[in-house]
Design a protein around this ligand. Structure first.
Ligand code: DGY
Length: 321
């Protein structure tokens, strides 16, 4: 019997690619290559399965030109690149990679809070530039992390991981806002208290965005929300770029209406708003919150396992459609 045909549209660990080749007839993107959306759509022709990341969209147009497609394994927990409704009506299964990245991503969210609040990158650049001539009491004096108020917008698995780090590792008061309030025992386990959006904005010393990106969450933090925050506050985004109105953020940071930001995700990435690049009080990283070797391997393995289980007839392991 012929093997199912699978398109691997992103770079992946050689051992995972090898495993996929054992089960499928694979066409994989070459090292260093990127496929624009139209090229990706064209390459999908005749493929029943796809292994992708957030770079490519599965939408009505892709589905219409690829009626043979049966499953798309997204190597990411976020799946805003999948049009779930269109996939469901086309009978195409979508999968993501939850759980395996929770703690690693929470570590990174917390690291961005630390780096932004304690001005680590500004200080590092200053040192490398040979500008350090003497110790000064106010040199790169930032804001407290321990004992301060940590706000979390989006209290899924990763949000809860960040909350636990803040509450139990750093003695922080943790408040959160979410579409649904968590059960009392879950709130207690992560040491967090539910508040309304306005209170979250006004009370947080450090606000972390870790909610999924949807059309309702587009620019959930804009000029009005930033204006509600403390001028000494920091904001961190490890969700998706579209959650923050970046132009409003730039204005707030420039005007000193907000102390600092840590951003791992950007609207239109890998392009980065040029104004952000010029600001000293922003820590910028290229969408790497889940990037440890072990976690990225676990994500790739889970995406591969989803394809294998689906075509074995066992059903996808972590479906989202
Ligand atoms: C995720 O898993 O959603 C990360 O943002 C990587 O895309």
């Amino acid at each position: 019997m012929s093997k199912p045909r699978v398109l691997v549209a992103c770079a992946v660990f050689p051992q995972v690619l090898q495993r996929l080749r054992e089960h499928f007839e694979v066409e994989a993107i070459a090292e260093g290559e990127t496929w624009r959306q139209d090229e990706f759509t064209r390459r999908l022709a005749g493929r029943e399965g796809a292994f992708i990341t957030g770079t490519h969209r599965i939408d009505a147009a892709v589905l219409a030109s690829n009626p043979q497609l049966r499953i798309v394994a997204n190597m990411a927990v976020g799946y805003n690149n999948l049009d779930v409704a269109a996939m469901r009506s086309a009978g195409v299964v979508g999968t993501n990679t939850p759980d395996v990245l929770t703690e690693t991503t929470a570590d990174f969210g917390f690291a961005l809070v630390m780096a932004a609040a304690r001005r680590m990158l500004e200080a590092e650049k200053f040192l490398r530039a040979g500008l350090w001539k003497r110790w000064r009491y106010d040199m790169f004096a930032g804001s407290e992390v321990h004992g301060s108020t940590l706000g979390i917008l989006g209290m899924g698995r990763i949000g809860r991981g960040i909350a636990r780090r803040g509450a139990y590792g750093f003695g922080m008061k943790v408040i959160y806002h979410n579409r649904h309030r968590l059960d009392a025992d879950v709130e207690e386990a992560c040491g967090a208290r539910f508040v309304g959006m306005q209170e979250l904005l006004a009370e947080s010393d450090h606000l972390v965005l870790v909610l999924p990106y949807t059309s309702e969450a587009h620019h959930i933090i804009g000029a009005a929300e930033l204006a509600r925050m403390k001028p000494t506050a920091t904001i961190v985004n490890i969700g998706r770029g579209g959650l923050i109105d970046e132009n409003a953020l730039v204005l707030a940071l420039e005007a000193g209406r907000l102390a600092a930001a840590g951003l791992d995700v950007f609207e239109g990435e890998p392009r980065v708003n040029p104004a952000l690049l010029t600001l000293p009080n922003v820590v910028l990283t290229p969408h790497i919150a889940s990037a440890t070797v072990l976690t990225r391997l676990a994500m790739a393995d889970l995406a591969a396992d989803n394809l294998i289980a689906f075509f074995d007839g066992r059903g996808a392991l972590t479906p989202v459609t």
